[in-house]
Design a protein around this ligand. Structure first.
Ligand SMILES: O=c1ccn([C@@H]2O[C@H](COP(=O)(O)OP(=O)(O)O[C@H]3O[C@@H](CO)[C@H](O)[C@H]3O)[C@@H](O)[C@H]2O)c(=O)[nH]1
Ligand code: MN
Length: 363
């Protein structure tokens, strides 16, 4: 049975890589006590807390953390009518934190995720591993059978084309979870006691042309390379669907990364996921997504972006156009989703007036 690290085990002093270039974004409707366990790893970094639900509720942030906190009133004040694109009562609200951040990198984590232990019993500094993943290239064009060739003790294997060994910039790093796995409601219902105790020591680049189910609970990305694509969609209150926020962002992100020649990695680091949300509540939120996705996935698999889409914003606006054209027949929801995608980009560019990043290259 996997167990979280103890606070002392996680207490080892660490070098805070990218301390001034990375924000940690946390969506919350609960409390932030979990930060105590992450303190040795997170304290040097700036936190952006997105408080969901009732804005009159006070969320207590443990002493000693440098943070900014936004509730629904703040979101409405900052974005005005464009706040309509930020979900309410769904973890999708976290993407507001990506928009207001001014840093190059983002790490987002749920408030029920704790420090996990590796098989040797050592506390895992998930943030450090994400940073390593983001700072080393990806290899989406040709699969390396010894996995991540840029990790210590590995390399490209025989037969790997030398012309491809430089790799491409890594846009996103998707971490995994010990204990409660991120299962959909039907799977949770049939396997209520299943716990993930399998620690697999691997980091993989997701090959070009392959989509994946991106989970938002333990995720890092290069905001300058792919930030505008990380919109978590219209979910939760007033919407016919929930808990497909991170999935939507992952599908859009992967299509755009493939188009711009950027990489997405999955695997290490693990966190210890402690709370199983209610599978019946989850089923009510997810059920439309479970059958809609049989049409959504082929849409993203067949999506082609024109050559003149040279920035993430241009790619995203083009994707929104195609969503409106091709998915609205599935349900009028996608008409609203497409409009919200455009509003998101408008709001992003308003708050981040640095203009488009040509061809996905960092400024
Ligand atoms: O209305 C809400 C509900 C939750 N939050 C915050 O979002 C994260 C995740 O919430 P929770 O741990 O309850 O949900 P899980 O089922 O474990 O989450 C998985 O499904 C994804 C939902 O889309 C999520 O990213 C996955 O981790 C917590 O921090 C809650 O406090 C919220 O802000 N608003
Ligand atoms: Mn959770």
């Amino acid at each position: 049975m996997a167990e979280p690290a103890t606070a002392t085990q996680a207490a080892a002093p660490v070098v805070a890589l990218l301390k001034d270039e990375l924000d940690i974004v946390i969506p919350t409707i609960r409390n932030l006590d979990f930060l105590e366990m992450w303190r040795p790893f997170f304290q040097p970094y700036h936190l952006i807390i997105v408080q969901d639900g009732d804005p009159s509720k006070t969320i207590k942030v443990p002493e000693g953390f440098d943070y900014e906190l936004y509730n629904r009133n703040d979101i409405n004040r900052i974005l005005g009518p464009k706040a309509s694109c930020i979900s309410f009562k769904d973890s999708a609200c976290r993407c507001f934190g990506y928009m207001v951040s001014k840093k190059k990198y983002i790490f987002t984590i749920d408030d029920d995720c704790f420090v996990a232990k590796d098989p040797s019993g050592k506390a895992i500094n998930a943030l450090e591993q994400h940073i390593k993943n983001l700072l080393s290239p990806s290899t989406p064009f040709f699969f390396n059978t010894l996995y991540d060739p840029f990790r210590e003790g590995a390399n490209f294997v025989r037969g790997y084309p030398f012309s491809l060994r430089e790799g491409v910039p890594t846009a996103a790093s998707h971490g995994l979870w010990l204990n409660i796995p991120d299962y959909d409601a039907p799977t949770q219902l049939v396997k209520p006691l299943e716990r993930n105790t399998r620690y697999v020591d691997v980091v993989l680049t997701i090959p070009k042309g392959t989509l994946f189910p991106m989970c938002g609970m333990n995720l890092a990305f290069n905001r300058e390379l792919i930030g505008p694509a990380m919109y978590f969609g219209l979910m939760g209150d007033g919407q016919p669907i929930g808990r497909y926020d991170d999935m939507w962002a992952g599908w859009c992100t992967k299509v755009i990364c493939d188009h711009l020649g950027l990489g997405v990695k999955t695997g290490l680091p693990y966190i210890f996921h402690s709370k199983a949300s209610n599978p019946f509540v989850n089923l009510r939120k997810e059920y439309k997504g479970i059958y809609w996705q049989e049409e959504i996935i082929p849409f993203f698999q067949q999506a082609v972006l024109p050559k003149d889409c040279t920035t993430v914003q241009k790619c995203y606006i083009e994707l929104a156009k195609q969503v409106k054209e091709k998915l609205s027949k599935v349900d009028p929801y996608f008409d609203n989703q497409a409009d919200a995608m455009v509003t998101w980009i408008e709001a992003w560019d308003e708050l981040n007036p640095t203009g488009p990043v040509p061809n996905g290259k960092a400024a």
